[in-house]
Design a protein around this ligand. Structure first.
Ligand SMILES: [Zn+2]
Length: 86
């Protein structure tokens, strides 16, 4: 199965074909769901991540139906703006 390559929509850099494993967080219903080792294509220039659409839909469905195994929902937290940055 061949996939078309799309340039990054932010910086127009051609994305690498191979997927990397990243940590994905979804904020739903005031809780933060952390998914580890999620495949995503990462822009080599700006680092923007591109996820597989159906996979995200599936994860969101699991959140809605509360059938998650392995992902831990934690209370969402807010990071004060002052704490952002180095
Ligand atoms: Zn980019």
């Amino acid at each position: 199965m061949t996939e078309r390559t799309y340039p990054c929509e932010f910086c127009d850099t051609t994305l690498e074909q191979e997927e990397k494993r990243v940590t994905l967080t979804l904020n739903r219903g005031g809780k933060l769901y952390v998914f580890e080792d999620v495949p995503a294509r990462v822009c080599p220039n700006c680092g923007h991540r591109y996820y597989n659409g159906p996979m995200i839909t599936h994860l969101e469905q699991m959140i809605r139906e509360n059938t998650l195994h392995g992902a831990k929902p934690i209370e969402a937290y807010k990071i004060p703006y002052e704490a952002v940055g180095s």
